[in-house]
Design a protein around this ligand. Structure first.
Ligand SMILES: *[C@@H]1O[C@H](CO)[C@@H](O)[C@H](O)[C@H]1NC(C)=O
Ligand SMILES: *[C@@H]1O[C@H](CO)[C@@H](O)[C@H](O)[C@H]1NC(C)=O
Ligand SMILES: *[C@@H]1O[C@H](CO)[C@@H](O)[C@H](O)[C@H]1NC(C)=O
Ligand SMILES: *[C@@H]1O[C@H](CO)[C@@H](O)[C@H](O)[C@H]1NC(C)=O
Ligand SMILES: *[C@@H]1O[C@H](CO)[C@@H](O)[C@H](O)[C@H]1NC(C)=O
Ligand SMILES: *[C@@H]1O[C@H](CO)[C@@H](O)[C@H](O)[C@H]1NC(C)=O
Ligand SMILES: *[C@@H]1O[C@H](CO)[C@@H](O)[C@H](O)[C@H]1NC(C)=O
Length: 381
């Protein structure tokens, strides 16, 4: 569905090439030069903005302590996992350094900048609070706020190397998302709203994402990845709270939350991506799927090296069912990480492990869970 004709036309060529040489060499031989990555999103994409947020409200924020970061960086890096996130693996595959958080002062953003913030929502704080949604943390880090930071920074990004070029961002990869997951968690968990109440916000959320992408395109974005959301009904943090309101699927997820909320969001978002492609044919918009990758993990954990008996058990937590003890979240006394994080999918009840993020990145870069896969774009377009 939705594959551009060019994708179909080049398929035999791709096959031929992969017969001739290993893909890595083929890509680097003719890869279009990508100069930078600009990222917008929430805790699935933050590389250190929330922990740098100067706000007393956030002093108690988790992620500041081990075992966050234990597997890759060896110390908490501001990422909401034990190591690298999807964005890190994408940067790596494209031959670019890790994308620095915009709040890391004195950084050189010539190869990329990350606006994503742990807890970021699609809808803005004023709007959500005006609709009786308790937002945690209550800061202005929504999609629109992130776009404003980008717009403020843009003149400096476009100085220097690309000064002469009118489209200084035409060789940058923009990654939009995920957005929406926190809107739903704030509604369902922090505000105790019903599934139906949360569902009523979906069109506005998808609209906000779509308008955000259009704004990036007007700023010269040509390559944009739009990410869908993970099935929220598969997050132990929500399962623990809401299991009595929904039956569980064969893979252990809350059925009605997935079908009523995430699936609705993802289907609407997918349709908007199709609209954007038709409206802006000079751009390449990738639809990248957290959902289908996650479903694949849960249906066939062995294939990805995950332990079948702990698919929905948090690796890091304070005990209890799903290893989810609200009183002892991942980095607090009493909580510990599991012995084999590489065999776990869920890191801390909401976020995934580095090994899960690595597999997601692979599925987005090479397929099958991105339409079209990211890497070939820079090869053919
Ligand atoms: C940033 O880094 C790039 C590439 O390393 C370099 O060309 C550029 O001069 C640097 N810019 C600043 C302001 O230091
Ligand atoms: C907040 O979002 C609402 C609805 O999406 C929009 O009408 C409003 O202009 C936004 N406010 C700010 C300050 O961005
Ligand atoms: C928010 O809650 C208040 C108090 O319960 C209620 O009066 C108001 O109608 C609610 N607003 C919305 C937008 O639901
Ligand atoms: C968020 O932004 C709104 C609109 O600009 C402002 O009124 C509000 O004080 C801000 N809230 C915080 C917590 O910064
Ligand atoms: C949350 O909502 C459910 C049903 O919608 C209700 O039974 C429960 O008492 C509420 N919990 C709190 C803490 O308000
Ligand atoms: C996720 O993907 C599965 C498998 O393709 C699909 O059946 C399901 O409807 C999707 N759910 C969501 C939440 O998008
Ligand atoms: C899977 O996890 C269970 C429970 O922690 C453990 O007993 C078992 O040894 C693990 N299986 C493998 C293959 O590591």
């Amino acid at each position: 569905m939705g594959l551009l004709p060019v994708g179909v036309a080049v398929a035999p060529f791709l096959l031929l090439l992969s017969l001739l040489s290993c893909p890595r060499i083929a890509y680097s031989a003719e890869q279009k030069r990508l100069t930078s990555i600009l990222s917008f999103g929430d805790s699935y994409a933050d590389t250190g903005n929330l922990v740098r947020w100067e706000d007393p409200v956030l002093e108690s924020v988790n992620l500041r302590n081990p075992p966050y970061g234990e597997t890759f960086f060896g110390h908490p890096s501001g990422r909401a996992t034990n190591g690298r996130i999807v964005l890190d693996f994408i940067a790596d595959a494209l031959g670019l350094p890790f994308v620095p958080p915009v709040l890391s002062r004195g950084q050189n953003f010539s190869t990329g900048v990350n606006f994503a913030v742990v807890g970021a929502t699609a809808l803005n704080l004023t709007y959500l609070q005006g609709h009786n949604v308790t937002v945690v943390p209550p800061i202005n880090s929504s999609l629109k706020d992130q776009l404003r930071w980008f717009e403020k920074l843009k003149p400096s990004l476009c100085r220097g190397v690309h000064a002469a070029s009118s489209d200084c961002l035409g060789e940058s990869l923009f990654i939009m998302g995920q957005f929406g997951g926190n809107d739903f968690l704030n509604m369902l968990i922090a505000s105790n709203m019903t599934l139906e109440q949360a569902r009523s916000f979906v069109p506005e959320i998808v609209n906000t994402i779509s308008i955000g992408v259009e704004r990036l395109i007007r700023h010269g974005a040509k390559y944009i990845v739009v990410a869908d959301i993970v099935p929220v009904g598969c997050l132990p943090h929500l399962i623990k709270k809401s299991w009595q309101y929904s039956t569980l699927s064969a893979t252990g997820c809350l059925k009605s939350f997935n079908s009523g909320l995430s699936q609705y969001h993802n289907a609407l978002l997918r349709r908007r991506v199709d609209v954007l492609r038709r409206r802006y044919p000079h751009t390449r918009v990738v639809f990248a799927e957290h959902n289908r990758t996650m479903v694949a993990f849960l249906q066939d954990p062995d294939h990805f090296g995950f332990n079948r008996s702990t698919t929905l058990v948090s690796c890091c937590g304070g005990g209890g069912p799903y290893n989810q003890n609200q009183k002892a979240p991942c980095d607090t006394p009493g909580a510990t990480a599991c012995a084999a994080p590489s065999e776990a999918i869920i890191w801390d009840g909401i976020h995934l492990t580095e090994s899960a993020y690595s597999s997601i990145a692979h599925a987005w870069l090479h397929g099958p869970y991105a339409d079209p896969p990211i890497l070939p774009i820079f090869f053919y377009f």
